[in-house]
Design a protein around this ligand. Structure first.
Ligand code: NOJ
Ligand code: CA
Length: 680
């Protein structure tokens, strides 16, 4: 091409871009055209407005950043330029609830400047998908890596109505481990994300964030009426984010769907994360495990040494035998290392991560595991003493790696604000969810990858889709799990808890809820104070409903012996080809259908709250040329979570694609189904 022609094209491009910025309002639509985001400047403020099907969903909502030193990222703003980019790609998850994920969006980038400061150049990026939108800030700085201290992020979400909302309060001592509350949006407190809303029976949305990297985590505060504002978890000194330019914020994500179930099968949060950075992922494997764990929560074992110490060499070998008999992959062993005492949650500085208690022989146990083809899952409870952990973590990962341990469960039990930073000044206490800990959790994920170690993090930072970038970040807690049923003073998780989690906490990513309690009323532990508030069938259904690539059979292994329901827990896969959600209403019920990634089997599971109900599903996903056998684990006719939780029917039936299946769920109940094609 001649120099002259190139010059003409160049001039034309510049002309188009300039025309755009002067003449047209920056706006961008979703690929299907239903969702639109438009940016405006009003009184020097940058605002975005969202419409769906031509109706206003978000009123003009403010955008901007406030730094301590640098002015001009919030006021006196002008839009200098804009560009549109279309993107459509399908990528493969190494493991997950869906093998192939389509990432299809239109992206608008607007360049912003301010009269207050000639150096204040900021871009705001909006990605609009069919299933929601996301935005983030990019500030390049002037190239010399100037330091910044951010005092506030002004992002607003001015919802145009007052929807029913599900949320947990932020800034509480127990981190994310609370029951969800339900109220009108106008009545919510300062809350964690995901916060999920039902705008009307045909419109649901959930606000969260994606790619939370080197930034404070976002909570949401209500600033009057139905307007929500980003509230960043501060450092001890009250500032929000510290760093050097360039700055790229996490994505603020809003998943939007016609059905509540559509939120579950939306992969917008993963799509907004960077692709896998680990070149070799052959060592990363989903799996099922049992553990020396539930006994400590029931009080029949201790983490620390003594008569009922759980993690002894003999017990560990017995658990390895059980895991081999059950056909599982691993055994979690908690309470193996020096430091555990009856006050372990008060001071984590006592923990050694390399020295075993004298009744625990790590060499002998891991060697025995090798013989039986069972992996030991290691355990690091830090009790939130970050310095003590960081000092030892290399040696600790090395020790485990040398023993063939490929997965570690970590823990950060501690008051929400009780993180003592490494090298901090006296009195410095950081939040579990501020930038300091966001960075700690990420450093550990990266370090684990160096040692080829997979992680299951309890008391974590919330899931924001990082597993796409670092697929060794397998699963995490970050909500009230099964453990609350063992000891919680409020009687444990009520029947509707697990009908809220899939629409809230699990939108962020997998959860290590630890299902599968068979002794629901703790008869074998001689306990009468607490129990599990579900039927037996519902415990089975949770394996399909609450996605995790590492799934625990949480009960004492001896409780699984001679238990017919256990067959489902043995069969259920942990890695899926695809996921469908035919029914769901937040806090009431959900039915999830998943196809096994390694066979032609399908699994269907439904759960309900305290109300019984029938839910019918069509089997359009089955192959029309095949006959299937379904093994159905359903609540018995007379089952009820409170008075008759063990009543369970197991039956086989033939199924074809044309059939319909009605799931009858008892109060507090569930149903779990395995569908296998007939061999032709
Ligand atoms: C809390 C975790 O959620 C639980 O699973 C673990 O057993 C204890 N911390 C001890 O680390
Ligand atoms: Ca916990």
């Amino acid at each position: 091409m001649s120099y002259y022609r190139l010059l003409i094209i160049f001039v034309l491009i510049i002309f188009t871009i300039n025309c755009h910025s002067e003449l047209s309002q920056p706006k961008v639509k979703s690929p299907n055209g239903r969702l639109q985001v438009e940016l405006t400047i009003s009184e020097g403020h940058l605002l975005y407005t969202v419409t769906r099907d031509n109706k206003i969903l978000f009123q003009p909502s403010r955008l901007g950043l406030i730094f301590k030193k640098q002015e001009g990222f919030a006021d006196h703003l002008t839009i200098d330029g804009q560009s549109l980019n279309r993107f459509d790609e399908t990528w493969e998850q190494p493991w997950g609830e869906e093998k192939f994920i389509r990432n299809h969006y239109n992206e608008l980038t607007v360049e912003i400047s301010s009269d207050l400061n000639p150096d204040a150049n900021m871009s705001v990026l909006f990605r609009v998908y069919d299933d929601g939108f996301a935005f983030r800030y990019s500030v390049s700085g002037n190239g010399d890596r100037e330091e910044f201290i951010m005092l506030d992020e002004l992002s607003e979400f001015a919802i145009a109505s007052d929807p029913e909302s599900w949320w947990i309060k932020a800034y509480q001592w127990n981190r994310y481990e609370y029951l969800y509350e339900q109220s009108l949006l106008s009545e919510i407190d300062t809350v964690h994300t995901p916060v999920t809303m039902k705008v009307n029976p045909n419109l649901y949305l959930s606000i969260h964030e994606a790619a939370l990297t080197d930034y404070a985590s976002m909570t949401i505060e209500q600033t009057g009426g139905n307007t929500l504002k980003c509230n960043l978890v501060p450092w001890a000194d009250g500032t929000k984010v510290k760093g050097k330019f360039p700055l790229l914020s996490p994505w603020r994500t809003v998943q939007i769907n016609d059905t509540a179930g559509g939120l579950i099968s939306s992969y917008l949060i993963l799509n907004c994360n960077e692709p896998n950075k680990l070149t070799d992922v052959s060592w990363i494997k989903p799996g099922k495990y049992i553990g020396i764990w539930w006994g400590m929560h029931l009080g029949t074992m201790t983490w620390y040494e003594g008569d009922i110490h759980g993690a002894t060499t003999d017990n560990s070998k017995e658990y390895i035998n059980y895991a081999a008999e059950f056909g599982f992959d691993g055994v979690l062993i908690e309470g193996w290392n020096k430091g555990w005492n009856s006050d372990w949650f008060k001071d984590g500085n006592v923990f050694s991560f390399t020295e075993s208690f004298k009744d625990f022989d790590l060499d002998a146990i891991t060697e025995y595991g090798k013989q039986k083809d069972i992996k030991v899952i290691g355990h690091h409870e830090t009790s939130a003493a970050i310095g003590n952990y960081e000092d030892q973590v290399d040696a600790a990962f090395k020790l485990y790696q040398e023993h063939g341990i490929e997965t570690i469960k970590t823990g950060y039990v501690g008051h929400g604000t009780d993180i003592v930073p490494v090298g901090g000044k006296p009195g410095d206490h950081e939040w579990h969810h501020g930038q300091y800990m966001v960075n700690h959790y990420r450093d550990i994920v990266k370090k684990a990858a160096e040692y080829k170690i997979m992680l299951d993090v309890h008391e974590p930072i919330k899931a924001t889709g990082i597993r796409r970038t670092y697929p060794n970040m397998m699963t995490r807690e970050g909500a009230r799990g099964q453990e609350y049923n063992a000891w919680s003073g409020d009687g444990g998780n009520p029947p509707d808890h697990t009908t809220i989690l899939p629409f809230t906490r699990l939108l962020g990513g997998p959860m290590d809820f630890t299902p599968g309690i068979i002794d629901l009323t703790f008869d074998h532990a001689n306990r009468i104070d607490n129990r599990v508030n579900t039927t037996l069938a519902k415990q089975l259904a949770l394996y399909v409903v609450l996605y995790s690539p590492l799934q625990m059979a949480a009960d004492l292994p001896e409780n699984y012996k001679d238990e017919p329901a256990f067959q489902f827990i043995k069969d259920v896969p942990v890695d899926w080809e695809t996921t469908l959600v035919p029914h769901g209403e937040i806090g009431d019920y959900v039915v999830i259908v998943r196809k096994d990634r390694n066979s032609d089997d399908w699994y269907i599971a439904g759960i309900t709250d305290e109300n019984e109900r029938d839910l019918t599903i069509e089997l359009f996903f089955l192959d029309k040329n095949k006959q299937y056998t379904a093994t159905i684990y359903s609540d018995g006719e007379d089952a009820h979570w409170e008075d008759n939780p063990y009543s369970l029917d197991i039956k086989n039936m033939m199924l074809k694609r044309m059939d319909k299946l009605t799931l009858r769920l008892a109060a507090g109940g569930g149903q779990a189904i395995r569908i296998t094609p007939e061999i032709q």
